[in-house]
Design a protein around this ligand. Structure first.
Ligand SMILES: Cc1cc2nc3c(=O)[nH]c(=O)nc-3n(C[C@H](O)[C@H](O)[C@H](O)COP(=O)(O)OP(=O)(O)OC[C@H]3O[C@@H](n4cnc5c(N)ncnc54)[C@H](O)[C@@H]3O)c2cc1C
Length: 277
């Protein structure tokens, strides 16, 4: 039996193929998938998770890399944040996504953390979930494909089943997109982050860092921008604070105000990022 703060043996396994990762998970008792380790390892150190086996996904070649397939940008789940940030292809097709990846944490986090790890963890303050929901991305796993709106279920909750892991995320290339983020002072997660996609008549506004059920779309802001795609059209929209998080970083009313302010900044910075702090 593992007591809090006790050291205990954990065995590291490196999977080379998707099949091997699935087989290892099925065969081993109390196993966890491991990507960048920037969330899982601190969680283990705090005694909040205690897997006996870690299955590293980052050596599976199909899970690493970035490609354009028609008008869909496909990013392998084990691709690191810095690879997305520096990719000429991402910078050309969805520049705001490259900028978002470049805004995550610090260099150490960007050089180890992965798209799949972030999306699997679904921290309510993580940046990628806003881009996935805002772009209508598809999450591909070793078993199936899911639209982002089906995939994100709640705080730290996703539709992933036991033994299921993300292999890639498919982002439709939009006409334009922008992201605005109010960074937390310590780890630089989003206190609030707002992603705006302009896809012709259709506008999507996805908010991270604020919802008490995690990332969500704001219909009022979307409707106003569909009428007239300019920051001024947001003035009359009321953002309610019910259903928003209140914590040491910000109260729910403060977050409600930030959502509107950041949406305005995102519209002003289409094709890039606006970062407060
Ligand atoms: C100091 C610090 C600052 C940070 N700042 C930010 C920030 O500003 N914005 C932001 O968005 N994030 C931030 N993060 C989080 C960072 O992006 C992490 O890299 C990310 O949350 C987890 O990715 P990972 O690859 O490290 O996953 P891991 O820690 O390896 O895994 C996290 C969880 O996901 C599971 N998992 C991993 N890969 C997969 C997969 N492919 N399929 C299914 N399950 C999988 C693991 O089993 C584990 O439960 C920060 C982290 C730190 C430590």
């Amino acid at each position: 039996m593992i007591e809090d703060n006790d050291l205990y043996p954990t065995t590291f396994h490196s999977a080379n193929t998707l099949e091997e990762a699935g087989e290892l998970f099925n065969r081993l008792d109390n196993a966890s998938f491991l990507s960048g380790g920037h969330t899982l390892l601190p969680t283990m150190k705090q005694g909040l998770a205690s897997p006996l086996h870690l299955i590293d996904l980052t050596r599976i070649t199909e899970m690493v890399g970035i490609a354009l397939e028609g008008d869909v940008l496909v990013i392998g789940a084990a691709t690191r944040h810095m690879s997305v940030a520096f990719s000429a292809l991402v910078q050309k097709t969805i520049p705001a996504l490259a900028a978002l990846a470049g805004s995550i944490g610090d260099r150490q986090v960007r050089f180890r953390g992965t798209l799949g790890g972030s999306v699997a963890n679904n921290d309510p303050a993580a940046d990628y979930p806003a881009a996935l929901l805002g772009l209508g991305a598809t999450v591909v796993t070793n078993r199936r494909s899911m639209k982002a709106q089906e995939y994100f279920v709640g705080l730290f909750q996703t539709a992933l089943g036991s033994g299921e892991f993300i292999t890639q995320v498919r982002f439709p290339v939009p006409r334009d997109a922008g992201y605005a983020k109010f960074r937390g002072a310590a780890a630089r997660y989003s206190v609030v982050g707002v992603w705006v996609t302009q896809g012709g008549a259709d506008v999507r506004v996805a908010v991270t860092g604020a919802g008490d059920q995690g990332v969500f779309r704001h219909e009022g802001l979307e409707a106003a921008l569909e009428q007239d795609f300019c920051a001024g059209s947001l003035e009359s929209v009321v953002v309610q604070h019910e259903g928003l998080l209140s914590d040491l970083n910000a109260s729910a009313p403060y977050r409600a105000n930030l959502i509107k302010v950041l949406c305005r900044h995102a519209v002003h910075h289409m094709g890039g990022i606006f970062s407060l702090k």
